[in-house]
Design a protein around this ligand. Structure first.
Ligand code: MG
Length: 139
């Protein structure tokens, strides 16, 4: 299993943050940073580095997940941090937009913790493979 040491959680539901905490506890010594919307997440990324992963909700006040990803693309940075989009059932068009904007994976709410855990493992392993090959994926 690839190491997951630092994760940015972006979701407007505190309950979801707690649920992610339970799943991510399984990655030893993983530090979690919470943001309640895209704008808060941008602020976190402007002052902190070294994230292995971003778990991103789509529907949030202030700045939603799609706007957040558009902003990252405009800035041309952070492409190397894998993003997993957590979308809501029946909102497939949001998922497609997020993938087109560069999301590495997606999971649909409600989901099983086991499935999220597996997806995180896969995405981080892919990131490690790409990083060791010396290139960063394009959208
Ligand atoms: Mg939400």
């Amino acid at each position: 299993m690839s190491s997951v040491k630092k994760v940015l959680i972006v979701d407007d539901s505190k309950l979801i943050h707690q649920m992610y905490r339970l799943v991510l506890m399984r990655f030893k010594d993983c530090k979690l940073i919470d943001a309640m919307n895209g704008l808060e997440a941008l602020e976190v990324l402007s002052r902190e580095e070294g994230f292995d992963l971003i778990l991103l909700d789509i529907n949030m006040p202030v700045m939603n997940g799609i706007q957040f990803m558009q902003k990252l693309n405009e800035m041309g940075v952070h492409r190397k941090i894998p993003i997993i989009v957590v979308s809501t059932e029946g909102k497939e068009e949001d998922t497609i937009r997020a993938i087109n904007l560069g999301a590495w994976g997606y999971i649909v709410k409600p989901f099983k913790s086991e499935n999220l855990y597996d997806l995180i493992g896969k995405v981080v392993a892919k990131r490690d493979a790409v990083t060791s090959a010396g290139n960063v994926p394009s959208a």
